[in-house]
Design a protein around this ligand. Structure first.
Ligand SMILES: CC(C)(COP(=O)(O)OP(=O)(O)OC[C@H]1O[C@@H](n2cnc3c(N)ncnc32)[C@H](O)[C@@H]1OP(=O)(O)O)[C@@H](O)C(=O)NCCC(=O)NCCS
Length: 437
C-alpha cells in the first residue's frame, strides 16, 4: 500500500470509531434548533454536514484544515521561496490533515502526471460537440464520459465490503484529479485556439502543466495558476458544488458522477459562473462609462452604473456571500498577487475602484448581508492581464481547482461510510400550521 493510502487508513480507522460513537452514544444530543426562515432561505447557517477538509469562518474566511490562506502561503511547500504553494500540497493537507513536505508534494506531482492519461473516447466525445457548446457543458460531459473507468463502480458491482469503498474511491479521485487539467486544456484549445493540443510536460507540477497545456509558458503564469488552484479549492461542505458532489456521492454514485454533479452546480450564476458574469458586467460598464483619463469622472460614472444595475433588480456580480461577512481573503490574495506582479492594468484598476465604490452602495440598501467582494470579483481581471481573455472558460478553471477539496472530502465520506442523505420536506400547509397562520 502506498504511503498516502497507509496514512489515510491509519487516520480513518481512528476517526471512523469516533463517528460511529457519535451516532450510537450521542445521537440524541441537540446541537441547534432550526427556524422557519432557515428552511425557506436556503438552509443558511443550518449545520447539517460533516466536512473535514475546510471550514469557512464568516469573519476570517476559509481555513483549510485550520490554516488560513495567508498562513498557507508560508507553510505549504513551494518550488521557490518567493513563489506560490503547490496545490498538490494543499490536497495532501486537506486529505490527511497534516502539512506535507516538499518531497511528498513533488512525489504527488509525479504521481498525478503518471495518472494523467485521458482515454481516447473522452476526446472523441468532446470532438463530437459543437465548438459553440459552453465550456462548462463540455467539461461536465467529459467528466461523465470518464466514468467508464470507475474502479469504485466495478468494485461495487463485484460486491466488495462497504468498509473498503474508500479504497477504490481514492483511486478514482486520484485519476480524476490527474486528468482534469488535460481535459480542461483540451476544451480550451479546441474552443478558443486553433485546435492544436499541447502535451503535458513531465518536469512541471500539476498547476503549471495546466497553464502549459493551455498554451501559457511563463514562470509568472505558473505562479498565478498555483495560486488560483489553491484559493478556489474548497469552501467547506455547504456550497453548491461541494454539497452536490457529496449528496450524489451518498447514493454511492461513482466519483466521476458525483463530481460532475458538483460541476453542474458550479456552472450556475450565483456560484462559479459569477466569475464570467463579473467580466461580462464590467465590459458592459466600460461601453457606457467610456475611456476618460479623468479619475473623478470615471468614478462618478461607475457609481451611476452600479446604482443603475441595482435599480434594474440585478445583483452586482462578485459581491456578497452566503456565509462571509468580510472581504473574501481569496479576493485579497489575488489583489496582493496583482500588487506584486502587475505594474499597471486598466481592468485591475477598475476592479480596485469598484472595491471602493460598491460596498457603501450595497450597505446603503440595508438588506445585503455582506457588501464585500468575493473571490470572483478579482479573478477575471487577473487572468485577462495574462492574456487569458476567454471568460466563458473561467468557471472550468474554478472547477479544476474545486476538485481538490470536494474529492478529498468524498474519500472521507466513503471512509466514514456516511449514509444516503435524505432530509425531510414539508408542505406549505405544514409551515402555516407551525407558524399558527
Ligand atoms: C452570493 C449571493 C448569492 C448570496 O446570496 P444570499 O445569501 O441570499 O445574500 P443576502 O442574504 O445578502 O441577500 C439579501 C438581499 O440582498 C441582495 N443582494 C445580495 N448580494 C447582492 C449583490 N451583490 N448585489 C445586489 N444585491 C445583492 C439579495 O439579492 C437579496 O435581495 P432580496 O431580499 O431583494 O431578494 C449573493 O450575494 C449574490 O447574488 N451575489 C452576486 C453573485 C456572486 O458574486 N456569486 C458568487 C458567490 S461566491
Amino acid at each position: 500500500m502506498d504511503q498516502i493510502k497507509k496514512k489515510l487508513l491509519e487516520k480513518g480507522e481512528k476517526e471512523c470509531a469516533v463517528v460511529k460513537r457519535l451516532i450510537s452514544e450521542f445521537g440524541n444530543v441537540v446541537v441547534e434548533s432550526v427556524n422557519i426562515d432557515q428552511i425557506l432561505t436556503g438552509m443558511k447557517g443550518m449545520t447539517s454536514l460533516l466536512t473535514v477538509t475546510s471550514k469557512l469562518d464568516p469573519e476570517n474566511g476559509i481555513r483549510y484544515r485550520g490554516y488560513s490562506i495567508q498562513e498557507l502561503q508560508d507553510k505549504l511547500p513551494k518550488t521557490s521561496p518567493d513563489g506560490e504553494p503547490l496545490p498538490e500540497g494543499l490536497f495532501l493537507l486537506m486529505l490527511l490533515g497534516e502539512l506535507p513536505t516538499l518531497e511528498q508534494t513533488q512525489s504527488l506531482s509525479k504521481e498525478w502526471f503518471e495518472r494523467s492519461h485521458v482515454p481516447d473516447h473522452v476526446k472523441k466525445v468532446l470532438d463530437a460537440m459543437p465548438l459553440e457548446a459552453k465550456p462548462m457543458t463540455q467539461f461536465s460531459t467529459a467528466i461523465i464520459s470518464m466514468a467508464t473507468d470507475s474502479l469504485f463502480q466495478k468494485a461495487h458491482r463485484a460486491g466488495i465490503s462497504k468498509n473498503d469503498y474508500w479504497d477504490t474511491t481514492y483511486e478514482d479521485v486520484m485519476n480524476l484529479i490527474a486528468r482534469l487539467p488535460v481535459v480542461a486544456a483540451y476544451i480550451y484549445r479546441r474552443t478558443f485556439k486553433d485546435g492544436t493540443f499541447i502535451e503535458p510536460d513531465p518536469k512541471l507540477d500539476w498547476a503549471a502543466n495546466f497553464a502549459h497545456m493551455m498554451g501559457y509558458d511563463d514562470e509568472e503564469i505558473y505562479r498565478l495558476f498555483r495560486m488560483y488552484m489553491c484559493i478556489h479549492a474548497d469552501h467547506e461542505g455547504g456550497n453548491v458544488s461541494a454539497h452536490a458532489t457529496h449528496l450524489v456521492g451518498t447514493a454511492l454514485s461513482n466519483p466521476y458522477y458525483s463530481y460532475a454533479a458538483g460541476m453542474l452546480g458550479l456552472a450556475g450564476p450565483l456560484h462559479g459562473y459569477a466569475n464570467q458574469e463579473v467580466m461580462f458586467w464590467i465590459y458592459e460598464m466600460i461601453k457606457v462609462i467610456g475611456d476618460s483619463d479623468d479619475k473623478e469622472e470615471i468614478r462618478t460614472q461607475i457609481e451611476a452604473y452600479v446604482r443603475k444595475t441595482i435599480s434594474e433588480g440585478k445583483v452586482i456580480p462578485g459581491y456578497g456571500h452566503a456565509v462571509l461577512r468580510v472581504t473574501d481573503p481569496r479576493f485579497t490574495a489575488q489583489q496582493q498577487f496583482a500588487e506584486k506582479y502587475v505594474a499597471d492594468d486598466k481592468l485591475i484598476n477598475i476592479v480596485n475602484m469598484l472595491y471602493d465604490i460598491v460596498p457603501p452602495i450595497l450597505k446603503s440598501l440595508g438588506k445585503v448581508k455582506n457588501p464585500w467582494p468575493n473571490v470572483d470579483a478579482f479573478s477575471g481581471a487577473l487572468l485577462q492581464h495574462y492574456g487569458i481573455s476567454e471568460y466563458f472558460f473561467y468557471t472550468v478553471m474554478f472547477g479544476v481547482s474545486r476538485a481538490l477539496g470536494v474529492l478529498a472530502q468524498l474519500i472521507w465520506d466513503r471512509m466514514y461510510n456516511l449514509p444516503l442523505e435524505r432530509p425531510s420536506s414539508e408542505t406549505l400547509e405544514w409551515f402555516k400550521e407551525k407558524a399558527g397562520i
